[in-house]
Design a protein. Structure first.
Length: 487
């Protein structure tokens, strides 16, 4: 069965520009639904091209209001209407006129009033919006409802004239203020005609003591802005004048407020604007607390790295004062292990997340190991480690460090000249093979019986921290260490 997208491509004449315009409309039509207290359905005509008569319509999208109960229990996206099944949709498509003079119809137990709005673009009607609302709720509207409907009607006129959505007005619609957050209606001079209760509360919270209506919104905001504020290119009177679409945040000692200004246009005339207001004080405080927390965590990792480097330096100083070669070697191994952990914390100290790009850690581990080698070794790597959380990255760094140094010190110390690392990472698992062509394992090698501290560290970390397995075998002229763990 073809998908909705395939049906639209096969049965409609929409161009790429038409589709882009409808995407812009759908990004903003929650506003229309909320202002209308209505369900909205977007219908596109079924036809081969714009010269052909439509065969019918397909429901491309459906949205429900957050300000009222929905009138459709089931989603209608993908439904089809034959031409003539709903003459009002046909007429809106053909004439380009809004149809509001319809009688309510009984749908189930609810009387529903349907209104039709053509969607114009580039001189053509490319779709039709059908608006469905409960007729019973329209009989005694409040002042808020009357203002919302008047605003909605003006925006629908803009849709029919091709002036909405407003071109080049991208403002992160997915997180923009909503009608229910607070709405202010302005006339063409910026004077407040109406402010919803939530909008009045937000403006009063910002420090304005009296009524909002019959005052210029720009003057209100200028009067409550901080006495010492950052200089800006434009005054708040210009920002909230309503002449252009704007998205700004206003902040003073009382709080932080998100303002979305959208102009209302009649033909080519600016007739006013709406301003959506959202008090985001607590949201921004949480955001800032998270930023502070992230910075603190990075600082902690930085200090841990510094402390580990101090420990490493002290161990080096101690090793210089030790004459016993066994003790000196043990201290050298301790320095190497501490340095591996320090690399992980250094990476975390420069990251905004508690994750590590482990390929960078690996590169530094190999670089440090090769610097300590007395023989020229060819090192190659196939595959990538990717990103790991800090709880995985730390033991993994130690295991990789021990395996590489084991290959260099015991396998490639006297013979061989090649070290290969092969990484195979799948969706939920990772396999790492460290291969050298050195002297090889003893014939009687027994991992459990081995007294090598490095190998015991590898086994313990692999099984307990990485929840994986480790295998060390001889294959022909090569020694292969295979580490497998959950990624």
């Amino acid at each position: 069965m073809p998908t909705l997208e395939e049906r639209i491509a096969d049965q409609s004449a929409l161009t790429a520009a038409d589709r882009a315009r409808l995407v812009e409309l759908l990004a903003e039509w929650q506003l229309l639904s909320d202002l209308s207290f209505a369900d909205l359905i977007l219908w596109i005509p079924k036809r081969a091209d714009y010269q052909s008569w439509p065969d019918g319509h397909i429901a491309l999208a459906h949205i429900r209001p957050t300000t009222a109960a929905t009138v459709f229990a089931n989603d209608v996206i993908g439904d089809e209407l034959a031409w003539g099944a709903n003459p009002r949709i046909d007429q809106a498509l053909s004439t380009g006129d809004i149809d509001r003079d319809t009688d309510p119809e009984l749908v189930g137990d609810i009387w529903i009033k349907e209104e039709l709005v053509p969607v114009s673009f580039d001189g053509r009607v490319i779709a039709v919006i059908s608006r469905h609302r409960n007729a019973e709720l329209m009989r005694s509207p409040s002042r808020l409802e009357l203002n919302y409907r008047e605003i909605a009607h003006k925006i629908y006129l803009m849709v029919a004239e091709g002036n909405f959505p407003i071109q080049n007005s991208i403002y992160r619609a997915e997180s923009a203020p909503r009608v229910g957050d607070g709405l202010i209606r302005l006339d063409k001079t910026g004077q407040v005609i109406y402010a919803s209760p939530n909008a009045r509360s937000a403006i009063n919270r910002a420090g304005w003591p009296g009524e909002v209506e019959n005052h210029n919104l720009g003057d209100i905001i200028e009067s409550v802005k901080p006495k010492i504020s950052t200089p800006t290119d434009e005054s708040w009177r210009v920002v909230v004048s309503g002449k252009t679409t704007r998205r700004e945040e206003f902040e003073n000692e009382s709080g932080i407020f998100d303002l979305l200004v959208m102009p209302l246009i009649d033909g080519s005339d600016h007739i006013g604007a709406i301003v959506l207001v959202h008090n985001v004080t607590e949201l921004r405080r949480r955001d800032r607390a998270l930023i502070t927390k992230d910075a603190t965590i990075r600082e902690i990792h930085h200090r841990v790295k510094n402390n580990l480097q101090t420990v490493s330096a002290l161990l080096r100083l101690q090793s210089r004062r030790v004459d016993d070669p066994i003790a000196k070697a043990a201290l050298g191994e301790a320095v190497r292990r501490v340095a591996s952990i320090a690399i992980v914390h250094e990476t975390l100290s420069t990251s905004s997340a508690e994750t590590v790009a482990f390929d960078e850690v690996y590169d530094r581990i190999v670089h440090n190991a090769i610097e300590l080698s007395n023989r020229p070794i060819k090192v190659s790597k196939a595959g990538t480690f990717g990103i790991y959380d800090s709880q995985t990255a730390t033991p993994l760094a130690l295991v990789i460090t021990e395996l590489i140094h084991n290959a260099l010190e015991h396998g490639l110390e006297s013979t061989g000249d090649e070290l290969r690392v092969e990484v195979d990472r799948a969706a939920n698992a990772c396999s790492v093979r460290i291969i050298d062509n050195g002297v090889g394992l003893p014939r009687d090698f027994d991992w459990d019986a081995s007294s090598n501290l490095g190998l015991q560290i590898v086994k313990t970390l692999t099984e307990n921290e990485l929840k994986g397995s480790i295998n060390l075998v001889r294959k022909g002229d090569e020694t292969v260490a295979t580490l497998t763990f959950k990624a």
